[in-house]
Design a protein around this ligand. Structure first.
Ligand code: X2X
Length: 346
């Protein structure tokens, strides 16, 4: 009798398992063999390293169920980085580590970080991304149909040019500067008397090399890894006018196709990769002797640091642009950002 009962129990268990297995299989079948991760900059840069760390963590922690391949150079949208967000939404891109600058034409709230001279230091960036403004921005991205998971960082954008040292807005007069992203950048540089021209990163490098443009603005880690001193960009001014955070995201349909457990793995891996990437992006700039500045000087680059009064002249010249864009970004969001920065841990 007992034996019979055990057999019955076994049979019941087998039936349950058999019923479960197809469900699990069905879920597995929705998984693609490979997921495409879009990046502007490759693994020679902190940005691309962040993508690589994320992909590796996901592959390890899902035992290969989710296999992510890197597509640097925004190659999935032929290098046109301002089309990256639309392609993400449409499913041409599965995942991305992207700059708020490149996605700001589609999501106006992302212009927040590009308001000139909003963030005075690294603690201010952290106050935004880890505080209420970061939550508001993630909601906006989510509403636009893309799942935001974690923050990373491209860095503070500093200005370089091939002509002369920039110490005041007058020194920018007439300089041809390439910029990317929304019209906010064109307005900021126009307010400073420069001659801005919109260009993707792919187009910017040959334009700098040929002298078609005089200058550019990018984080020091990008300047250094791209060896911009070799294309005549010998004058570098540290003005920290715009912080450039990155966001780790996933296309919504792809996200929904994963099991809840796998979603959690991908989210945690993005958070871990983001933290590590921010450390890489700030390397050489947060240590007391700022070794990156010495490296730059060693390459024959003139590094100009501004006195508070000199910096203030740039702040003043661009204030009308800040004020005008405040309503486009959203007054509530800008107010929340100013409050978070004022209350930051220093
Ligand atoms: O194009 C740029 O300047 C870059 C690489 O920094 C961005 O994608 C925002």
């Amino acid at each position: 009798m007992n034996f019979r009962r055990s057999l019955l129990a076994l049979a019941a268990a087998a039936t349950t398992l058999a019923a479960l297995a197809p469900a699990a299989q069905a879920q597995q079948q929705h998984y693609k063999a490979e997921y495409k991760l879009s990046l502007v900059l490759g693994t020679a840069f902190p940005w691309g390293k962040g993508g690589e760390i994320w992909a590796n963590l996901v592959r390890e922690r899902t035992q290969g169920r989710i296999n992510i391949k890197l597509y640097p150079g925004t190659s999935l949208v032929q290098g046109d980085q301002t089309r990256e967000f639309t392609a993400l939404r449409q499913g041409v891109i599965d995942l991305a580590v992207g700059s708020t600058i490149n996605w700001s034409p589609q999501i106006k709230q992302l212009n927040l970080f590009s308001l000139p001279f909003l963030t005075p230091d690294f603690a201010a960036i952290d106050a935004l991304t880890q505080g209420e403004p970061g939550r508001i921005i993630f909601q906006a991205i989510d509403r636009a149909g893309v799942v935001p998971l974690a923050w990373g960082e491209n860095g503070y954008r500093e200005i370089s040019n091939s002509k002369h040292a920039i110490k005041s807005p007058a020194d920018l007069k007439g300089l041809k500067i390439c910029v990317v992203g929304s019209p906010l950048f064109l307005e900021t540089f126009t307010a400073l008397g420069a001659n801005p021209t919109q260009m993707s990163w792919a187009d910017a490098q040959p334009a700098l090399a040929s002298g078609a443009v005089d200058g550019q603005e990018n984080p020091l880690a990008v300047y250094q890894a791209a060896r911009l001193h070799t294309v005549g960009q010998k004058h570098l001014t540290l003005w920290g006018y715009v912080a450039d955070p990155l966001i780790f995201v996933v296309n919504k349909d792809v996200w929904n196709s994963w099991t809840p457990a796998d979603r959690e793995i991908v989210r945690q891996a993005a958070i871990d990769a983001g933290k590590e990437e921010i450390g890489i992006a700030r390397k050489g700039l947060v240590e007391a002797d700022k070794p990156l500045l010495k490296e730059l000087a060693g390459n024959g680059v003139t590094v100009t640091e501004l006195s508070p009064a000199e910096r203030e002249a740039f702040v003043k010249a661009t204030r009308p642009v800040y004020d005008k864009w405040k309503s486009t970004v959203g007054s509530d969001l800008v107010n929340a950002a100013e409050k978070a920065i004022a209350g930051r841990a220093k």
